[in-house]
Write a protein that binds this ligand. Structure first.
Ligand SMILES: [Zn+2]
Length: 308
């Protein structure tokens, strides 16, 4: 970093909306570093020692080792479980309104400050280690997005990513392997369509409050026109590169290794991948389940441009 302000381009949205793909496409831009879902650093990375996106167990990844040294003089100088406990006390959806409308209540501020300071150190260390002036964080949660306003030394830009709730609900109903743990493959959580439709409404209502101006993005628009959508997101953090080297074809992106903390299994992929809409739900989702999701996510779906 050269004294320029450090931007954090944060991707918010409900899981299974394409955030890992978008995070990684952005992360291949020169001067931009993708770290996946940083909200899980204390838990899945530092405590459970899950795999980094590079494939190494977290404690063996040279990138994160260096970040730990720059941020704290080494990860062994901090207690990740204690910091995770701070996180649980402040990074909650119920605090979003107070985070958005300061002044903070003194008791909440006292709890928030040490946690926000630790997060700020991580971002600054990532920028120092990589030379990036933009960090992409796809932690997704609305409360984490709101909290970024109180993290010292960064300029957050919050993207609200949303996808047709039928596609989201279909994806949450499937059995997906999760290769992140060091001790073998487990399964990603499965959640029923009614709960997903309700979550879809709740997440999007909160994210609409915290997102930056002009930063709403439909998954379907991204996959239809990935390069212009990527440019629009980069413009939010003042980047207007002439060429985007990751686009080796209009719909093909070349992915290098990213040191992501968490995300869907796409975070481990490298090489060329074709971007295409995942519309399996249109063929395979039973009509009754579709109707349930339609009913429970209306009228928000109309607001977000999804016909009933
Ligand atoms: Zn790594």
């Amino acid at each position: 970093m050269t004294g320029e302000e450090l931007s954090v381009l944060y991707v918010g949205g409900l899981g299974r909306s394409g955030s890992t793909l978008i995070d990684r496409v952005l992360g291949q831009t020169p001067g931009v570093c993708s770290v996946g879902e940083l909200v899980f650093l204390w838990d899945r990375a530092l405590s459970a020692n899950e795999l980094c996106g590079c494939g190494d167990p977290f404690d063996e990844c040279p990138f994160w080792k260096e970040v730990g040294v720059v941020a704290f003089g080494g990860w062994d100088r901090i207690d990740p479980r204690a910091i995770q406990a701070w996180q649980r006390r402040v990074d909650r959806n119920r605090y979003v309104p107070s985070m958005l409308v300061p002044p903070l209540a003194p008791s909440y501020r006292r709890r928030l400050e040490p946690y926000a300071e630790a997060v700020g150190r991580i971002y600054k260390a990532i920028a120092e280690v990589t030379g990036a002036r933009v960090i992409v964080d796809s932690s997704k949660h609305a409360s984490t997005a709101a909290m970024l306003r109180h993290v010292p030394g960064i300029r957050p830009r919050i993207v609200q990513l949303f996808r047709d709730p039928h596609g989201v609900a279909w994806s949450w109903s499937k059995t997906v392997e999760r290769p992140d743990a060091t001790d073998g493959v487990s399964l990603m959580a499965r959640v029923g369509p009614a709960r997903i439709a309700a979550r879809w409404q709740g997440y999007n209502a909160l994210l609409a409050l915290v997102r930056s101006p002009g930063a709403a993005l439909r998954y379907e628009d991204f996959v239809a026109h990935p390069e212009p959508a990527t440019r629009r997101l980069l413009a939010l953090v003042g980047l207007e590169p002439e060429a985007l080297p990751q686009f080796v074809g209009p719909r093909t992106v070349r992915l290098d290794v990213d040191h992501t903390v968490a995300g869907n299994p796409l975070r481990f992929r490298t090489g060329d991948i074709e971007i295409r809409a995942d519309e399996e739900w249109r063929r395979r989702m039973p009509a009754s389940r579709r109707a349930l999701v339609s009913a429970l996510s209306f009228p928000s779906t109309a607001i977000y441009g999804y016909p009933r």
